[in-house]
Design a binder for this molecule. Structure first.
Ligand code: NOJ
Length: 520
C-alpha cells in the first residue's frame, strides 16, 4: 500500500464553497491554498477536492467539458499546480475528482459524436437505434433523443446532461452494443489514462473516481469493470507508483479487487452506512439502539479486503444531507470518535468539524436539488458572509447559513469544549497511536446490543479498545479477563474501569490500552 495512506486523514473540499480569495463570490484554488494552514492545524493531511475542470455546471462540475483545463472560476492550471506544490510543502496530499463515465452534453467529443458523418467521436458514446426509450440496461439511467443529426438516441448515466462514454457491454445482446473488449472500449480506457497522466504530471497525488463501478454496462458481478480498472492500476503502478485511487463504488470487496487503494461506504448500497449518522442514527441518543446490521456488513467487508486496501467512512459528502441535521454537536462528538478510531482513511466533509447545518429552503444550484443545502459556504468568522468572501451577499455562489447562531471556525477555536477542538484532539490522538493507523488490525467486540459499541485496534506495538455509548442511559462492558490489566488512555464524561467492568455514562466514550498479549 502507498505508505502515506496509512496515516492519511482526508478532508473533502467542495471548491465552490470553501474560501473565495478574489471577492467574486465563489471559492477558488488560491482560497484553498490560503486555508491550508487551517487544515494543518485541524490535523488533516490529505484533501479530496470535488471536480474543478471546465464544465457546463449542470451537475456542479460532474459534467466535464474539457478534461485538460480547470474551470476559470477556480483559477488556472498554473494555480492548481501551485496549489499542489503548497500542499506538498506541508507534507499533505491532494486527490482530484475524476469523472470517467460521462462528459458534459456540450463537450466537443459529444458535439462531434452527434454528427451524422463518421468521425473519431462517433463511437465514444453509447448510441442506440430503435427500441423503446425506457428499456432498462444495467448501468444506464436512460436514453436521450431528438438532439442529434445522426439517428438514434444516446445513453446517459445520471442526469440527461451526462451522456455515457462507451466502455462497452459485459454481455452484448443488441447490434448497437460494443463489447467490453472492443477496440472502441479499449480506446476509452487509454483516453482516461492519458487524462490521469496529465494531472499527475501537473502534481496531484491521485483521484477520487466518480461512479467507478458502472463503466461497463450490463456487467454481471462487475467482472469486466473490475478487469478494466485492473489495467488502469497496472498502468499506474508502472508509470505513477505513488498515485492513489479511491472509488465511489460502495462495495469494497469488488473495488479493491479492481485495484482501487480504497473504497467508500456510501449512503446508497449495501453497507448500512446510513444507520450510523443519518437514518434513525445509532449515534443519536434517540436513535437505533444497536449497530448490528452495519457491524455485520463491515466485519465481512473488512475480512474480504484486509491487506488489500482500505474501507473509508465519510462524515458526509456533497451528495448527502449534513450530519448536523440528525446529530447534535454533542452527538457528533461521538460520531467523530468512531470515525477517527476506525480502520481505513476517515473522510471529513468540509464544515462537519464545526457542525455546519444543512440549510433548508434553498433553490437548487447546479443540479444540487436536495443536496444544495449541504454545499453552502464554509463558515470561518462572525464577519460578513461568515468570512467566506468579500463579495456582496447576493452574489455568493450560495447563501451562507442565515441562522444567528451558525457555528464558525473562529468561535470554535476559542472554545476548548467545541466540536472543532474535539475533532482536533481525536486526530492528534489517532496520529500518536500506531494501532489507529488505516491498516492496523480491527475486531468488533460488541455491536452495541445491550451495552456500548466496542472494538479493538492493534498494531505490532499496542492494542487499544474503544468503547462508545451514544445511548441515553449509562452502559457497561465487561473487559475480557485476558485483556486485563487495561488502562484508560482517553475518555469523555464519567468513565470508570474497576475489576474489569468498564462503565460509561450516557454520551461517553473510553479508549483503553490493553496488554500486547491480548489475542495475539
Ligand atoms: C456521484 C457524484 O458524487 C454526484 O455528485 C454526481 O451527481 C454523480 N456521481 C454523477 O456524476
Amino acid at each position: 500500500m502507498t505508505s502515506w495512506l496509512r496515516d492519511a486523514i482526508f478532508y473533502q473540499v467542495y471548491p465552490q464553497s470553501f474560501f473565495d480569495s478574489n471577492g467574486d463570490g465563489i471559492g477558488d484554488f488560491r482560497g484553498l491554498e490560503q486555508k491550508l494552514s487551517y487544515l494543518q492545524d485541524l490535523g488533516v493531511n490529505a484533501i479530496w477536492m470535488n471536480p474543478c475542470f471546465d464544465s457546463s455546471f449542470f451537475d456542479a462540475g460532474y459534467d466535464v467539458r474539457d478534461y485538460y483545463s480547470v474551470a476559470p472560476r477556480y483559477g488556472t492550471n498554473e494555480d492548481l499546480r501551485q496549489l499542489c506544490e503548497s500542499v506538498h510543502e506541508r507534507g499533505m496530499h491532494l486527490l482530484l475528482d475524476l469523472v470517467p463515465g460521462h462528459t458534459a452534453i456540450d463537450h466537443p467529443w459529444f458535439l462531434e459524436s452527434c454528427k451524422d458523418e463518421q468521425n473519431t467521436s462517433t463511437d465514444r458514446y453509447i448510441w442506440r437505434v430503435g427500441g423503446p426509450r425506457c428499456q432498462y440496461y444495467q448501468g444506464i439511467a436512460g436514453f436521450l433523443s431528438g438532439i442529434s443529426e445522426r439517428p438514434g438516441m444516446v445513453a446517459f448515466n445520471c442526469f440527461s446532461t451526462q451522456p455515457a462514454l462507451n466502455y462497452g457491454f459485459g454481455k452484448v445482446t443488441e447490434s448497437w452494443q460494443f463489447s467490453w473488449d472492443s477496440p472502441e472500449a479499449e480506446q476509452m480506457r487509454l483516453k482516461i489514462q492519458e487524462i490521469m497522466s496529465f494531472w499527475l504530471d501537473l502534481g496531484c497525488d491521485g483521484f477520487r473516481v466518480d461512479m467507478a463501478g458502472s463503466l461497463v454496462k450490463e456487467d454481471e458481478g462487475r467482472i469486466h469493470t473490475i478487469q478494466l480498472w485492473k489495467k488502469v492500476r497496472s498502468f499506474l503502478e508502472e508509470s505513477y507508483p505513488q498515485a492513489v485511487l479511491v472509488s465511489e463504488w460502495g462495495i469494497p470487496a469488488q473495488a479493491l479487487e479492481a485495484g482501487f487503494h480504497m473504497d467508500f461506504l456510501l449512503h446508497t448500497g449495501p453497507s448500512h452506512y446510513m444507520d450510523l449518522f443519518r437514518e434513525n442514527p445509532y449515534f443519536s441518543r434517540s436513535g437505533r439502539k444497536d449497530l448490528s446490521e452495519f457491524a455485520a456488513y463491515y466485519q465481512e467487508a473488512y475480512a474480504q479486503t484486509n491487506g488489500k486496501g482500505l474501507i473509508c467512512i465519510p462524515s458526509g459528502n456533497h451528495d448527502m444531507i449534513r450530519l448536523r441535521e440528525t446529530l447534535t454537536p454533542e452527538e457528533s462528538k461521538l460520531a467523530f470518535t468512531f470515525l477517527l478510531t476506525m480502520p481505513g482513511c476517515p473522510f471529513l466533509y468540509y464544515g462537519d468539524e464545526i457542525g455546519m447545518r444543512y440549510v433548508h429552503g434553498l433553490k437548487s444550484k447546479e443540479g444540487g436539488y436536495e443536496r444544495t443545502g449541504s454545499r453552502t459556504p464554509m463558515q470561518w468568522t462572525g464577519g460578513i458572509n461568515a468570512g467566506f468572501s468579500s463579495a456582496s451577499p447576493q452574489s455568493l455562489y450560495l447563501p451562507v447559513d442565515p441562522e444567528d447562531d451558525r457555528p464558525t471556525v473562529e468561535a470554535q477555536q476559542a472554545d476548548p469544549d467545541s466540536l472543532f477542538r474535539h475533532v482536533q484532539n481525536l486526530i492528534s490522538f489517532r496520529k500518536q497511536h500506531t494501532a489507529l493507523c488505516g491498516d492496523a488490525g480491527f475486531i468488533f467486540l460488541s455491536d452495541g446490543k445491550g451495552g456500548p459499541l466496542v472494538y479493538t485496534r492493534r498494531s505490532s506495538e499496542e492494542v487499544l479498545l474503544i468503547a462508545i455509548n451514544p445511548s441515553d442511559a449509562p452502559a457497561a462492558f465487561t473487559v475480557p479477563s485476558e485483556a486485563l490489566p487495561a488502562q484508560i488512555l482517553l475518555s469523555y464524561h464519567d468513565t470508570m474501569l474497576s475489576e474489569g467492568q468498564l462503565k460509561l455514562s450516557s454520551g461517553g466514550f473510553a479508549i483503553l490500552s490493553l496488554p500486547e498479549t491480548y489475542m495475539s
